[in-house]
Design a binder for this molecule. Structure first.
Ligand code: FEO
Length: 404
């Protein structure tokens, strides 16, 4: 019964929307949902590119059956093994026992490891080609974008790149899947949030993948999440390039924790200092109120970061500590950084922030404001100065700009 959307003459979209899951990977909120994209190529041989989360297995099989109209499914090509894409492999094998599963050596061992499926495999090598008839599919291994087995599949006939998670974003697809047929604006921030949280640690691997893609003349990108890119290809590739180089835009993110408003008042004052120094993009996040996935998104987007924390049980405020760990894990580079904090009887937060700054090797402001109890005039003025100093740092070259 399904009329699957055509991407090109022979390629159909057979993915699904997930409007039910609250948190991706049980961590990252999905206010606009997420799609799991899969594609069916109809040729002399038929090939499915990736599957979907098993929660949607029944719908997925129905969409495939509608398209195949009784034909066999000859190949299942696995670009990425994370279970939001590989979850329906075992189910599909039940419907199509002759289906050949195509992947690289890392993929195939994961198919066995996750699903106990260990036969009808075709192992491909980098740059290998599989012919479906008119369509020739070339495989490009892109390890660690963001799992070890990740690869991309290029359809030489239609100039379509099936890119796995790369160039993907959160957000459901409402009625259509093509970027040419929708208002795309809401997806940009969700692409940044997807990149920062899922791929963000692997900037060097993304850079390698982008270099590998340079000679390929693709006209459509079919990712595993979010819209299919045709009109906005240049923009999405540029976004990936900038994020993976850790190049932020002009602007400063202030993140603070605060129990009773004292550290919060310092954050407001630092922001005033930034604004007085001419910074136009100032984003302030209360770390207890905004989920860290949104904060990380903005830290990837902007060049400046200022963190404030009260001392809590002789440590950093726990929510700030947790965020700093996420920043360290991602190895975010090239930021202008400042920090401030407060305490009631013994200060620890500012010392810990200084250690963090040292470890990140960013351009860090010399002024670090530390207040005991309520904010007083000297530190009020120091907060203004901190904002101004970080504004100046934004104009200076970053220490690791050539280092990805
Ligand atoms: Fe969308 Fe890495 O899974």
């Amino acid at each position: 019964m399904f009329q699957n959307q055509k991407i090109t003459t022979d390629i159909y979209y057979v993915g699904v929307n997930d409007r039910q899951k609250a948190k991706f990977e049980n961590m990252i909120p999905l206010p606009h949902g997420v799609s799991y994209n899969a594609y069916l190529i109809m040729d002399e041989k038929t090939a499915l590119i990736d599957t979907v989360d098993i929660a949607f297995g029944d719908l997925f099989v129905n969409k495939i059956q509608s398209q195949l109209e009784g034909r066999a499914l000859d190949y299942l090509i696995i670009n990425h093994m994370e279970p939001d894409h590989s979850g329906s492999i075992r189910l599909l094998r039940k419907y199509y026992p002759e289906m050949i599963i195509v992947g690289n050596n890392k993929t195939l061992s994961m198919v066995e490891g996750f699903y106990g499926v260990d036969d009808n495999f075709l192992e491909i090598k980098d740059a290998g080609i599989l012919s479906l008839g008119k369509h020739k599919l070339q495989f490009h291994l892109t390890p660690m974008v963001h799992w070890p087995e990740t690869m991309m599949t290029y359809d030489l006939k239609e100039k379509v790149l099936f890119s796995g998670d790369a160039f993907g974003c959160f957000g459901n697809l409402n009625g259509t899947v093509m970027d040419t047929e929708m208002n795309i604006e809401k997806y940009w921030d969700e692409m940044a949030r997807y990149y920062a949280n899922i791929v963000g640690k692997y900037g060097a691997a993304v850079q390698k993948a982008l270099q590998k893609l340079t000679p390929i003349d693709f006209e459509i990108i079919c990712s595993t999440h979010g819209p299919i890119w045709k009109k906005y290809i240049t923009k999405v590739v540029d976004m990936y390039d900038q994020f993976s180089r850790y190049e932020g835009k002009d602007g400063v993110v202030i993140v603070y924790g605060s129990m009773y408003g004292n550290t919060e008042l310092m954050a407001e004052t630092v922001a005033q200092g930034l604004a007085e120094a001419g910074v136009k993009e100032i984003i302030i996040h209360n770390v207890s109120k905004t989920d860290s996935s949104f904060i990380l998104r903005d830290i990837f987007k902007y060049k400046g970061l200022i963190v404030g924390s009260p001392t809590y049980s002789n440590e950093l405020y726990p929510e700030v500590e947790s965020l700093l760990r996420k920043i360290e894990i991602r190895g975010i580079k090239n930021r202008a950084f400042g920090y401030f904090g407060s305490f009631t009887w013994a200060g620890a937060a500012v010392k810990r922030l200084a250690t963090f700054a040292e470890g990140m090797k960013w351009n860090t402001a010399n002024i670090a404001v530390e207040e005991k109890q309520g904010l007083k005039t000297d530190n009020y003025l120091a907060c203004l100065e901190l904002g101004k100093e970080v504004a100046e740092l934004l104009k200076k070259p970053m220490p690791g700009n050539s280092n990805c």
